[in-house]
Ligand binder design. Structure first.
Ligand code: SAM
Ligand code: SF4
Length: 477
């Protein structure tokens, strides 16, 4: 079989790539801060509340805090910091699986090559368009396209599917931002995909622990830890500076993975002066013929804790929580630092456009546990005082490094993010929401408008909201 991209073709440049994840060092940091005092924990919390990034050593202090009272303080601080940095917004997206052919054998994944129970499907252009139409009809504006790793899904293929998605416009619907979760490419490949106008390129390292990595990635290109970890550096070289990192929780000790993620963030900041846009931290869920030992599975309690710790450690990096988790857990954890969630998720191939598709473990990568429709998720968010946002303004106005801007420009959220969230919410309420959601949604918008003291800005925002009611679309600051 000919592989279009291959590790050997690419020589990792010597600048700081070599071993920037050092397992021994991470273990030593965790060990050195094993029994932090209450004063040490509180000092780290207050540094973070000043919106300062935490070092690995400081994060290890939070990780090793054991007193329930201190853990409670960590969670409360994360909640407060989240509101200060992100306001009440939660960005919504949907995953769209394009194809499940795969040459790799990741022991945790239903798509792995040796799993003969999995039905292999690659959406045709027509199927893809139908999926996008169904997603637009539900109200989505932001998608992440997901692919197995296979020569068929090369850079040109990915770019073509991205263009197809952008081309579908149904009624008032359109997809304004397409993100990607796919295998790492070479630099030329990333350039090709970038030209199609993608938002974020996500690659999860799965585990930063090299030995475990080799244990669970049994064969295929993905077995090469270095090719994978350097993937997002090649994306940078190819001109994509909007990147998503992630660790699959349950493969190794979550404490180690949190520091691994942080090391990865530090690497980007040191080398490129800009950190990743998002961090994902999926927990392993059941998958077809899955074969994984459950020694490192993460409890709900530890999961909440680690989300809060990540929030405090990297105040300006988006945190993504997906429908792998059940609704109750999502609603609970969201307050401690999550900035993006998916809604109305269906990960069956072709599942959005077929009515009443039931989950079938042999037609999907893993089991999802939040099957609510997008509108149910919207209702829940609005009911809990969150402002659901479909905003794509920064990316389209070339305001890259938006997380940095939120940090550096005082009032950025109030002037841009929050009003744009309201404008995209109003579009949703006009075009897709049932009457009851519409009433609640407009009440939330009215409450938020009341909080604006700057009358000139407030009337500009009200004017745009009126325009949306009269049928104009895609208005933003
Ligand atoms: N095939 C590409 C790759 O491996 O990078 C694209 C991503 S894969 C389709 C999406 C992500 O799903 C993986 O990176 C992995 O973290 C996650 N995943 C795989 N199996 C899972 C499972 N059983 N439970 C939860 N997440 C899983
Ligand atoms: Fe393939 Fe990705 Fe699944 Fe691994 S995680 S088997 S690479 S689809």
């Amino acid at each position: 079989m000919s592989i279009i991209y291959h590790p050997q073709k690419y020589k990792i440049e010597d600048r700081s790539m070599e071993n920037f994840i050092d397992s021994d060092e991470i273990h030593e940091i965790l060990e050195a801060k094993k029994n932090p005092t209450a004063d040490e924990v509180r000092a780290v919390i207050s540094k973070s509340l000043n919106k300062e990034r935490l070092s690995l050593q400081e994060t290890a202090i939070l990780i090793n805090a054991k007193d329930p009272e201190l853990i409670h303080e960590i969670k409360q601080a994360a909640k407060e910091l989240k509101e200060r940095v992100y306001g009440k917004r939660i960005v919504l997206f949907a995953p769209l699986y394009v194809g499940n052919l795969c040459i790799n054998n990741c022991s945790y994944c239903g798509f792995r090559a040796e799993n003969k129970s999995q039905k292999r499907v690659t959406l045709s252009t027509e199927d893809l368009k139908n999926e996008v139409k169904a997603l637009e009809d539900a109200g989505h504006k932001r998608l992440i396209l997901v692919y197995g790793e296979h020569p068929k899904y090369n850079a040109q293929y990915i770019a073509d599917t991205v263009r197809t998605v952008y081309s579908v416009k149904h009624k008032n619907g359109e997809i304004r931002r397409v993100n990607i979760n796919a295998a790492p490419l070479d630099i030329e490949g990333f350039k090709t995909v970038k030209e199609a106008g993608i938002g974020t390129y996500q690659i999860f390292q799965e585990t930063y622990h090299r030995e475990t990595y080799l244990k669970v990635h049994k064969s295929g290109l993905k077995r090469d830890y270095d090719w994978r970890i350097a993937g997002l550096d090649r994306a940078m070289e190819g001109g994509i500076d909007d990147l998503g990192i992630g660790a699959l929780l349950g493969l190794y000790d979550w404490r180690f993975e949190v520091l691994g993620l942080l090391r990865h963030v530090n690497h980007f900041e040191a080398v490129y002066n800009v950190g990743p846009h998002t961090i994902s931290f999926p927990r392993i869920k059941d998958a077809s013929e899955m074969n994984i030992d459950n020694k490192w599975m993460v409890s709900d309690e530890d999961f909440t804790r680690l989300v809060a710790i990540l929030r405090l450690a990297v105040p300006y990096t988006g945190l993504i929580l997906t429908a792998r988790e059940p609704a109750e857990i999502r609603d609970e954890i969201m307050q401690f630092g999550v900035s993006q969630i998916d809604g109305g998720t269906n990960i069956e191939l072709g599942g959005y456009s077929q009515k009443e598709v039931k989950q079938d473990i042999d037609q999907e990568q893993f089991v999802i546990n939040d099957n609510r429709s997008l509108n149910e998720v919207m209702e829940e968010l609005v009911g809990n005082g969150f402002i659901p946002s479909f905003c794509t303004a920064c990316y389209r106005l070339n305001r890259t490094g938006e997380h940095f801007m939120e940090f550096s420009v005082p009032g950025f959220i109030k002037r841009f993010c929050q009003p744009n969230a309201m404008l995209t919410l109003a579009e949703y309420l006009e075009d897709y929401a049932p009457e009851q959601t519409k009433i609640k949604g407009y009440q939330l918008i009215a409450d938020e408008l009341d909080k604006y003291e700057d009358d000139r800005f407030k009337s500009k925002l009200e004017e745009r909201l009126e325009k949306i009611k009269r049928g104009e679309r895609d208005l933003y600051f």
